[in-house]
Design a protein around this ligand. Sequence first.
Ligand code: WTA
Length: 649
Amino acid sequence: MPEVDITSILKESRVFNPPKKFSESSHIKSFDEYEQIYKEAEIDPEAFWAKIAGELHWFKKWDKVLEWNPPFAKWFVGGELNISYNCIDRHLTTWRKNKAAIIWEGEPGDSRTLTYQDLHREVSKFANVLKSIGVNKGDRVAIYMPMIPELPIAMLGCARIGAIHSVVFGGFSAEALKDRVYDAQAKVIITADGGFRKGEVVPLKEKVDEAADKSPSVEKVIAVKRTGNQVQMKDGRDYWWHDLMKDASDKCEAIPLDSEHPLFILYTSGTTGKPKGVVHTTGGYLTGVYITTKWVFDLKDEDTYWCTADIGWVTGHSYILYGPLANGATSLMYEGGPMYPQPDRFWEIVDRYKVNIFYTAPTAIRALTKHGEQWPLKHDLSSLRLLGTVGEPINPEAWIWYHKLIGKERCPIVDTWWQTETGMILITPLPGAIPTKPGSATRPFPGIIADVVSREGKSEAPNKGGYLVIKKPWPAMLRTIYGDDERYKKQYWEEIKGVYFTGDGARRDEDGYFWIMGRVDDVMNVAGHRLSTMEIESALVSHFTVAEAAVVGRPDEIKGQAVVAFVTLELGNNPTDELKKELKEHVSKEIGPIAKPDDIRFTEALPKTRSGKIMRRLLRDIAYGREKMGDTTTLEDYSVLAKLMEDKE
Ligand code: WTA
């Protein structure tokens, strides 16, 4: 773990109480009620989680709530359930049978609504399709799709038969897809010819071809026809979704699965170059996302709920699909970009579908803020009653804009802190109960024991910065890193002894509110997406001209952080603007456009310690444009740094 000086500078004193009317009708109605539930859960967490799990459908009840062999947890041991059954079948015997489960809007403006009954039919058919092409329980299925209804259908189809899905964000490159397919040894890839994004076709099938050709584990590819662009179909390997679905039976029972059966793998950036396959299992994950969706979003049957994330990220898994459907909610899903065709697309959709709950990322809010007030003002946003954010700290200005312009000072804002690894929201306001402070994710969810500690694991005093840790296992926690128990142990449970290490810095104020200060390790948060500096560095170094690279983040008004790369070239190469461009494109091709460096700075050498470690801290100072450098006593050769400072752009 790198040494980081965590000092918090953010000071924000405004407090917003939940509106009385909101509190009266919400699931958790007052601060006292929250505190009481919190206390009870703290004293007996197993009883708390068991009560919630009891609200779900189990084919066989568990024998034991938790088996904790640190750092390996098993929840609801001996229990059997199916998440597809819980998200669909369970509702079919109720009035929700013909309720909209998914309202989908494509970027070009086409739309589709699937009721729970429709979803049941489509998912059952697709589960049969999977079986017919040889997918068995425990097999891994990679999913690389645009935000179209077939994406959740594919995920639920996998879950129905116990296949493990691994969704790869459609913005990743063929190379990144191939690495993930390889790591998971996926047997099948599900994709589409393309998807619509910012008015253009994103050619997904083409990238799948590139990846599949290099992936011996892949036996079949299924492609949805979405955009109609020309694609190649390889005989015996590639099938059209509609051809396979045509004759598939719509009868396919959801099979009982062990509570600890893996539900999905989702790759995320860590502090090394290799993405981590975060493994989530069935019973605990469902319990966690079910109750957080209900309480954090104060979800009611009448609500139209919209989370704008892409299902390729964990937010989409937990809070577009599994959490909302486990609650029998109506979940809206949108294919495209927020600025297309103009910067009021979000508000136009909110208005047209009368969205009640809206959950998005600070980066989107900041980008929309830039375009001015006229866009939200064009639309009737009176249906909204609750707003949420996730992905990075929200700066108070953006919070206030969101509060005033979108929430009309009427809607509580839930700033939800969590991670791919945590599976569910862990630190968050409960909107009817917890007063909010702009920029703070407020309090831990009941059953979650969070703390801010020193490197030695000692609790820090109020308002002193430290490392954010979680002290007790929780049901939706990751179980391991796919195929790498050691890395799981080391990365999350050994940095600070005996507790879960989040990798985030934080402070807790005098009211016990958490203020998250961002990553303390070599992970960046660019536009709400986690990127590893190492991963970008290895992409750069894989270019034949590059000898060495160091990547750091620099604050960016819209994206939160921008990617700055310091690069030394192999002898004989010229540091030209052309080459900068080429290197940016290279990273984009290796990882995806989200990882493309905003800045490339050529340098003859990188600042290093005497033991040869790159001093990223100093590079960060340079990228920030700071005049005064931090401690340079361990620097091997000061002239390197002096030169870099001179070259400042
Ligand atoms: C950051 C996204 C501040 C944090 C669900 C975390 C946040 C990382 C917040 C996880 C928030 C997420 N306030 N920071 N409300 N939410 N983060 O795995 O640094 O893509 O560790 O999961 O995003 O990103 P991930």
